[in-house]
Design a protein around this ligand. Structure first.
Ligand SMILES: [Zn+2]
Length: 319
């Protein structure tokens, strides 16, 4: 028997520091998975500061990722008041604030420092877990969630902390994020903070108005998105020039419309301005002639669907 535990490799720059939070070394926590799904044989020794050492010793989990997350959550919990300083103040505001009284004066001087230390500790990433030069444990950061420069162990952890911080009912914040998406935390928090009242009826009506707002935004975004999606390349050589009612319908105009998914008079009218912007650069008259031709063409197709389906030389391009 060589040894009854595994020491993890400690890179030179990280000597005498805590793997969890970067503070000075105190003692090593012997990590043993409980339940032991991966058949871990020996404890893995993790360098800890005094605080993380006592957190880690009280935690029983099945993986190192979970251990790290639980320790970080303890740090978040213990230092939430310090972390809050950065939410409520900027460095400049704090320095220039005129607080009276000895206690407040102390806070003014050390407040930002306390915030920065707490933030560094919860955000600290440690170093890769190697034993005798070999990677032995892939500690994932996939589930972490960052908001306002602070890393949370998961979206759920962030929601719990932020709901408490802003005195928002947690299930309500969860529902709002569900609606707006996890990448819009700022929006979700602002919406929740400006919600009028937190009674069940008031929350339900706020959620209903948010749903309506989002539906409206989506509807407004749709026409352009549809046209963007339908934007395709149509070769000029595939388009036949045609003459209708003594008017030449320009293949250039037809190409412009087809490439933008414009196939009806109404759609053309909706894009009149863009059309003139596009063709008017060369000559106003050309733009007008092209537009007039396209109108006649689309009108013919709408009024005479038989012709459109069977005799229009460009019928294959209209789908
Ligand atoms: Zn630590």
């Amino acid at each position: 028997m060589i040894s009854s535990y595994h020491n993890i490799d400690v890179p030179f720059d990280y000597r005498h520091t805590c793997w969890f939070c970067g503070e000075p070394y105190f003692d090593s926590h012997a990590f043993m998975a409980v339940p032991n799904y991966d058949n871990q044989t020996l404890p893995i020794m993790l360098p800890c500061c005094q605080e993380c050492f006592s957190f880690a010793n009280a935690i029983k989990v099945s993986s190192l990722d979970l251990l790290r997350d639980k320790v970080k959550q303890q740090l978040h919990k213990k230092y939430h008041k310090h972390l809050q300083i950065g939410v409520n103040w900027t460095k400049e505001e704090l320095e220039s604030s005129e607080m009276d009284g000895k206690a407040l004066e102390g806070f003014r001087i050390s407040g930002w420092k306390m915030f920065e230390i707490a933030k560094e500790r919860v955000n600290y990433v440690g170093w890769p877990i190697n034993i005798d030069g070999l990677p032995c444990y892939d500690v994932t950061t996939t589930y972490q969630f960052e908001y306002d420069g602070i890393i949370y162990t998961s979206l759920n952890h962030a929601v719990t902390q932020l709901a408490a911080l802003y005195a928002i009912p947690q299930p309500y914040l969860e529902q709002v994020i569900e609606l707006v998406g996890r990448d819009k935390m700022t929006y979700a928090l602002r919406f929740c903070k400006t919600t009028y009242g937190y009674s069940p009826a008031e929350l339900e009506s706020s959620l209903a108005s948010l749903r309506a707002l989002l539906a409206e935004e989506q509807a407004n975004a749709q026409p352009s998105r549809r046209l963007m999606q339908e934007q395709r390349k149509v070769a000029l050589t595939d388009i036949k020039q045609l003459m209708l009612y003594r008017t030449i319908i320009s293949p250039y105009a037809i190409q412009w419309a087809l490439e933008r998914g414009i196939q009806t008079l109404v759609e053309l009218a909706d894009h009149e301005e863009v059309f003139f912007e596009h063709f008017g650069k060369d000559s106003e008259l050309t733009a007008f002639t092209y537009f007039n031709g396209l109108q006649i063409y689309f009108e013919k197709r709408e009024l005479d669907p038989l012709w459109a389906d069977n005799d229009d030389p460009n019928r294959a391009l209209f789908k």
